[in-house]
Design a protein around this ligand. Structure first.
Ligand SMILES: *Cc1c(COP(=O)(O)O)cnc(C)c1O
Length: 230
């Protein structure tokens, strides 16, 4: 059994150190504990150790867990691929949806949010490495997507999310994080409606310290907290 409490403390320490070393306030970085494929008991252990943000990837699995733990006990983040026909569930159960990559999906989310009188926080997912196997809008299309989605009344575009290509050496990922930071700045300067664009959701177990150095505000860490998923 992995020691979730100790792992969590270690990850928090690493985030704080990375932040302080580059002059950032550690409080500006949300640690999203990625609990996909982990049992409810693991989430509860992390909660007891102080985790307040959890990321889930699969709607059905997530709904069961959130029903058991409570919608408002902690902050839930949807970080998996979302099909439009599941948007209703994502809107009902999650405070943040990180993976919006088409206008069609943004429209459906806004429509479902209107039904329950909610402004849904979303992030736009960028396929920053232009990988066939990954979701996300291509970098050259993301500004247009932001402009179009910003016209929707019931979403708030909180920022950008990415899953860059995997490298053994996290330093090799840095250029992708830097590109994300630049795209975020470009969109921010457009001052679009419903678009605070304050967040950058990037960094996972292997590379979150580099992501923090490149101004990530939401790191999504699974394995380093909960151990392996298999
Ligand atoms: C699984 C997952 C993570 C966490 O990955 P680890 O390498 O286990 O930290 C982060 N983001 C997304 C989108 C994921 O699917």
């Amino acid at each position: 059994m992995p020691d979730i409490k100790q792992n969590l403390m270690l990850v928090k320490e690493q985030i704080s150190k990375a932040a302080l070393d580059c002059g950032r306030n550690p409080d500006d970085i949300m640690l999203v504990a990625v609990s996909k494929k982990q049992p409810i008991s693991a989430i509860q252990t992390a909660m007891q150790a102080g985790a307040r943000h959890f990321g889930e990837n699969y709607i059905q699995e997530a709904v069961e867990k959130i029903e058991a733990i409570g919608k408002d006990t902690v902050c839930w983040h949807f970080i998996g691929h979302l099909q439009s026909n599941k948007a209703r569930f994502a809107v009902n159960y999650f405070e943040y949806i990180h993976t919006v990559d088409t206008l069609k999906l943004a429209k459906e989310i806004s429509k479902q949010a209107e039904k329950i009188n909610k402004i849904q926080n979303i992030l736009l997912q960028v396929n920053i490495g232009l990988e066939d196997t990954k979701s996300g809008a291509a970098p050259e299309r993301i500004i247009e997507l932001a402009q179009q989605a910003s016209l929707l009344e019931h979403i708030s575009i909180q920022g950008l999310m990415a899953m860059p290509p995997w490298f053994e050496n996290p330093e090799d990922v840095r250029i992708y994080f830097t590109k994300m930071r630049q795209i975020k700045k470009q969109i921010r300067e457009l001052n679009l409606a419903h678009t605070p664009m304050t967040h950058l959701s990037m960094g996972m177990s292997n590379d979150f310290t580099v992501a923090v150095q490149e101004k990530s505000t939401m790191v999504r860490v699974g394995t380093s907290i909960f151990g392996s998923r298999e």
